[in-house]
Design a protein around this ligand. Structure first.
Ligand code: COA
Length: 171
């Protein structure tokens, strides 16, 4: 596909409060809630880049660096950093902001891979991406290595799935 899109064209932002139903027993944001936010915003960035239906193919590890408390806001930023043929890597940055002091720190980050699907639900090619800022360029340059590692992991994952039992406990 000829057309290219700038990283900034896929950028999305979300800011949320931390409410009582969102916290764990430590009174900090529940990891599962944050992971849902991450997948949600990343899928929007992916769809904005290719303007197609997308599915999550994989999520790399989510590194929880700092707890997010009810006195913080949680700010997510997502954008497409690299494209293969039908897959694209989305980076999600999670910033916690202390609402009383304004201090902002990176609380978590994650890379996800999305695949663009055609009307027949099969993977289709998509536009390449053009990084502009220093952060975008650094992430773009380091992406092929991460993609290669995912390829290897995918093969291992397929083999492992073939080994696992699907029997019910009483069978
Ligand atoms: C992801 C999926 C569409 C891939 O389909 P497929 O028929 O196996 O297609 P391919 O093997 O041709 O892979 C298509 C692309 O996805 C990439 N890909 C597939 N699985 C991947 C994985 N686990 N991690 C990273 N990339 C992956 C391939 O490298 C390929 O990239 P490229 O086109 O840029 O070279 C398919 O496995 C699927 O539907 N999985 C379930 C998705 C889902 O339900 N997600 C959660 C809810 S949204």
């Amino acid at each position: 596909m000829e057309q290219k899109r700038y990283v900034r064209e896929s950028k999305c932002y979300k800011t949320a409060r931390v409410f009582p139903p969102d916290v764990n027993n430590h009174n900090t944001l529940f990891g599962g809630k944050l992971m849902a936010y991450i997948d949600d915003i990343a899928s929007i960035a992916a769809a904005k880049h290719c303007r197609r239906s997308v599915v999550t193919a994989s999520t790399d590890s989510v590194d929880f660096l700092h707890p997010i408390r009810p006195s913080d806001s949680v700010c997510l930023e997502a954008y497409v950093v690299w494209c293969g043929r039908s897959s694209m890597e989305v980076f999600v940055k999670v910033i916690k902001e202390d609402l009383m002091t304004g201090e902002r720190v990176i609380a978590a980050h994650s890379f996800l891979t999305f695949v663009a699907l055609g009307d027949d639900k099969k993977p289709v090619p998509m536009p390449d991406v053009i990084p502009e800022t220093e952060e975008e360029r650094k992430l773009n340059e380091t992406a092929p290595r991460r993609a290669e590692m995912r390829k290897q992991r995918r093969e291992e994952s397929k083999q492992f799935a073939g080994f696992l039992s699907v029997k019910q406990p009483w069978e």
